[in-house]
Design a protein around this ligand. Structure first.
Ligand code: PLP
Ligand code: ZN
Length: 393
């Protein structure tokens, strides 16, 4: 039913078999990317057929890794709206500001997309137990999809991760361990369990299929704009999976001939208290350095070192993009504004994209007429503590 071909390392180009479980490149340790037979798909598949399908990310199933539809584990994720934000845009000085609202996904964030793809493929490959460290929202999402798939799900998160993320893991029946430390410390604990118990490691980018789920944001942006690409996409990056996915989606759409070629500039925004990608971009490096003492209330952005950093930086450089930072105070202010002028209760990470748009417009990096898509990665409803603080500023 689909065009899955193989996995390939974007660093050393080594090919890997896609039909058995794989983690990182066996040659160099980089994350693997999924390749499809797109020339064949271009001849056989029409974008108009998709229009009549279910309004979930699985409407693009030929471009996703699952071979047998019966293995799809879905809670209705994806096909989230792209909302015009004219009042927010007017304040910033942007005539065509759009918000892709990922807060409407199951479990309240876009992590549902990665979990749906990753869990479905794990089930298809016969995996019985998955394990991952998380800053919070990914744990909730993998616990939910793991429950539906009846996978054993082991999750480790920092003890200061939002309480709601701990609760959702527990209510879905996942095995949750709290760690006194950062996501990198949780990662070490999981790596130990993987070694001892043979769990499948589904840490960010340590398995290839999460990117494919998040890629569907890019496919949707194109379809929802009438099979056309925007001028700019602004994304709040932690591990950077979403931006790697959207970048990959746009490339695949070009290869399929479904959209006309057009320069799209990618923008990554990170928190001032944890901005390894911004620093690397400014120093024109090809990868980032571990960020000491990472601190931000935007838990999804608290990632001191991302495995796919070189891919994010490649997407920025290749597209003529840029990386900027937002302070927690600026995020809280933007949360307030989005809620009050547009009725959008966005998460702090999503609010960071508003801050980035504002800064880049002020610097004239953005033009008034640019069509700009902000990715609001989750619902503000998952961040009652941030909302409380936003009301105090
Ligand atoms: C995980 C997360 C992010 C960062 O996503 P990456 O793909 O790791 O860059 C941003 N926002 C929210 C709400 C998240 O949960
Ligand atoms: Zn490699």
């Amino acid at each position: 039913m689909n065009y899955l071909s193989h996995l390939q390392c974007p660093k050393c180009q080594t090919r890997h078999d896609a039909h058995r479980p794989q983690n990182l490149c066996v040659n160099c340790g980089a994350p693997l990317l999924v390749h499809y037979r797109l020339a064949e798909a271009r001849r056989e598949l029409s974008r108009d057929v998709l229009a009549r399908r279910e309004k979930t990310m699985w409407r693009y199933r030929e471009l996703l890794p699952v071979q047998d539809e019966r293995n799809i584990v879905s809670l209705g994720e994806g096909f989230t709206p792209i909302l015009p934000a004219p009042r927010l845009g007017a304040r910033i000085g942007l005539d065509r500001l759009l918000v892709k609202d990922e807060g409407l996904n199951p479990t309240g964030t876009f992590k549902a997309r990665g979990a749906s793809a990753g869990v479905s493929r794990a089930k298809e490959l016969g995996i019985k137990a998955v394990a991952m460290p998380t800053a919070g929202n990914a744990g909730g999402a993998w616990a939910a999809y793991g429950a539906q798939a009846r996978l054993e799900t082991h999750i480790a998160m920092p003890e200061d991760a939002p309480e709601i993320n701990q609760l959702e893991c527990r209510i879905y029946g996942a095995d949750l361990t709290l760690v006194n430390g950062l996501i990198s410390d949780a990662g070490r604990l999981i790596a130990q369990g993987v070694k001892e118990h043979g769990w499948f490691d589904t840490a960010t980018l340590k398995e290839p299929y999460r990117i494919e789920g998040k890629k569907t944001m890019g496919l949707e942006i194109a379809e929802q704009l009438g099979w056309r690409l925007p001028d700019v996409v602004i994304y709040p990056a932690g591990g950077g999976v979403g931006i790697i996915g959207i970048w990959k989606a746009f490339k695949e759409l070009l290869e399929l001939g479904w959209v006309a070629a057009k320069p799209v500039r990618f923008v990554v925004v990170q928190a001032q208290g944890c901005a390894p990608l911004v620093r690397a971009f400014q120093e024109r490096r090809q990868d980032s350095e571990f960020w000491q003492n990472a601190r931000t209330l935007a838990s999804g952005l608290r990632v001191p070192k991302a495995l796919g950093d070189f891919l994010v930086l490649r997407a920025l450089t290749e597209s003529g993009g840029i990386a900027v930072e937002a302070s927690d105070g600026e995020m809280l202010d933007a949360m307030n504004r989005a809620a009050k002028v547009e009725g959008l209760f966005i998460c702090p990470e999503g609010a960071a994209t508003v801050v980035a748009a504002q800064k880049l417009r002020a610097r004239r990096w953005l033009n008034a007429s640019d069509e700009v898509v902000l990715i609001n990665t989750g619902s503000g409803l998952k961040y009652p503590e941030a909302a409380r603080q936003a009301l105090m500023v």
